[in-house]
Ligand binder design. Structure first.
Ligand SMILES: Nc1ncnc2c1ncn2[C@@H]1O[C@H](COP(=O)(O)OP(=O)(O)OP(=O)(O)O)[C@@H](O)[C@H]1O
Ligand SMILES: [Mg+2]
Length: 511
């Protein structure tokens, strides 16, 4: 193969949805063994560009070349035929089948041949994969590896990752980066989309900054710094705002003790599916951070408090009233709302408009038969402003928003009902750096207004920024509590892997 011709070239790609031009003459080239990281705000056009490579969308103009030759990518199987494979963020495996079966299913070749080929790929990569394990026993990170192998077995030379680390724990991310390095060494070319700028410097060979459908800068990773990246991502208006607020940022507000605040939520000796013997309180004007690794039982706990599953023993009190095992509609009626981890399974209406989605929970809480449309529109517009949701107007269909913007709508929906206690499960997953600080600001505002907030997050930086107190869960139990002063990320990480302070350990032994 001619080494001077890139593996893949994107030339002058333009794409519109109705009158909305989302890609405006994009040029990118990818060579074998390179990782091109694409960064850009929510709605910048990253996923759309990748979907064009995958044959899911057709570009209006421009072309794609592979090894210097123009290709037609009109369906995902065309794309795969050209060696392009998208590794889905949430892999879709058959839970009852083995790893091996999941990888080779659907490839038209003799089974013995397939098995031989699979083993040789794994060996070449230097990976250690247990092929006989059932897919249902795999962690998300392991499932991703299965997806990568699915691509490699189908002769993929170009892999696409769209926010691959957003569902992984810190440890898993390190392993995942090692896998990327191995793929690089085997001359696989990769596109990698992320909102986590630190990742850029760990794995990128090249960087592309996409803003409103246009490339604003690109080049070798060594030409970039984190500051330059942030600068490239900000709009001019944002930059002005940032400068103005920098003065304030230097003086972090002193965290007031919440010890004497009235208790809003109390969980006592609470047991259920995935968690055991939980004891905790969330107070008025307080954010309680619930830290722990994926699988530590935090989401299961939240879902049970919210009435989505039944507990086996113990109690939940809201303002002193027993609300254990009430139905979800009753729990909402009492004043609790929940932002689920999986936004798609829980109460968003893709076919509905942005406005309808934002106001759906207000309609429930406000009695009366007549809906005040002006009020509804005003509320929706405010939310769009507050979170800088990228829409043509409030009547745009939710399903046509970018991933991050859909999430902002769901957050807006939960907050619009102004509950007394809000449970937020991974509130900034998939959200860009700018919107992330908007979400933080709104959480602070809610807290000041008297709300109690239970924050579940695997992003410990986030937990440390927002929480007044922190409970750490490990294997289904809350094993340690911290006041959030002088607490470090390392200490929190240790605790979430089960390392608890000696003092507490002794007390537990004596019990
Ligand atoms: N099927 C569609 N119909 C109409 N508009 C769409 C459709 N898909 C995407 N868009 C619009 O295209 C723009 C770019 O969306 P895209 O999903 O590519 O953004 P992104 O950069 O991946 O953002 P995020 O970081 O939020 O995932 C957005 O304004 C979005 O609303
Ligand atoms: Mg996207």
């Amino acid at each position: 193969m001619d080494q001077t011709v890139p593996l893949l070239q994107i030339k002058e790609i333009t794409k519109s949805f109705a009158s909305n031009v989302v890609l405006k003459g994009v040029d990118i080239s990818l060579s074998a063994g390179e990782v091109v990281v694409i960064v850009g705000g929510n709605g910048a056009g990253k996923s759309t560009l990748m979907k064009i490579l995958m044959g899911i969308y057709r570009a209006d103009q421009g072309e794609v070349l592979i090894n210097g030759e123009k290709v037609v990518l009109s369906t995902p199987s065309h794309a795969l035929h050209q060696g392009i494979y998208l590794v889905p963020q949430e892999p879709m495996l058959f839970p009852n089948m083995s790893v091996e079966e999941n990888i080779i299913i659907g490839i038209d070749e003799k089974k013995a041949e397939l098995r031989k080929r699979l083993r040789s790929i794994i060996k070449k990569m230097g990976w250690n994969v247990s092929l006989s394990r059932k897919a249902e026993t795999l962690s998300i990170a392991e499932q991703q590896l299965v997806e990568i192998l699915r691509g490699l077995m189908r002769q993929a030379r170009i892999l696409i990752f769209d926010e691959p680390t957003s569902a992984l724990t810190f440890k898993e991310i390190d392993l995942f980066f090692k896998i990327i390095e191995d793929l690089k060494a085997q001359n696989i070319g990769m596109f990698y989309i992320t909102h986590r700028l630190k990742e850029v410097f760990e794995i990128a060979t090249n960087v592309v900054v996409l803003k409103d459908g246009r490339i604003t800068s690109s080049g070798h990773v060594s030409d970039f710094t984190e500051e330059l990246l942030i600068k490239g991502l900000l709009s001019d208006e944002d930059e002005k705002l940032k400068k103005e607020s920098r003065q304030e940022e230097k003086l972090p507000a002193e965290r007031l003790s919440t010890a004497d605040n009235p208790v809003v939520l109390e969980i006592k000796d609470f047991c259920g599916y995935g968690f055991n013997n939980i004891n905790l309180q969330v107070k008025k004007n307080e954010v309680l951070g619930l830290a722990g690794v994926v699988g530590s039982g935090r989401t299961e706990l939240a879902e049970t408090v919210f009435g989505l599953s039944k507990s086996t023993s113990g109690y939940v009190y809201l303002n002193g009233e027993n609300i254990t095992d009430l139905k979800t509609s009753e729990v909402i009626g009492r004043g609790i709302n929940y932002l689920p981890e999986d936004r798609h399974l829980n109460g968003i209406f893709g076919m509905g408009s942005v406005k309808n989605n934002i106001t759906a929970s207000i309609l429930k809480s406000e009695s009366g038969f007549l809906i005040n449309d002006n009020k509804e529109t005003e509320k929706a517009k405010q939310c769009i402003r507050d979170f800088r949701i990228k829409v043509t107007d409030e009547n745009q269909k939710l399903s046509s928003l970018s991933g991050g913007n859909q999430q902002k709508v769901v957050i807006g929906k939960v907050l619009a009902s102004e509950p007394q206690l809000i449970i937020l499960d991974e509130p900034t997953r998939g959200i860009d750096a700018e919107a992330r600080s908007d979400v933080y600001r709104i959480i602070e505002k809610l807290k000041e207004a008297g709300n109690a907030i239970l924050l579940i997050s695997s992003d410990y930086e986030e937990v440390l920024i927002l929480s007044d107190r922190i409970e750490v869960m490990h294997n289904g139990t809350n094993i340690q509590s911290f006041e959030n002063s002088g607490l470090t990320m390392d200490r929190l990480t240790e605790a979430s892997f089960g390392v608890i302070d000696e003092v507490k350990e002794k007390a537990a032994e004596e019990e």
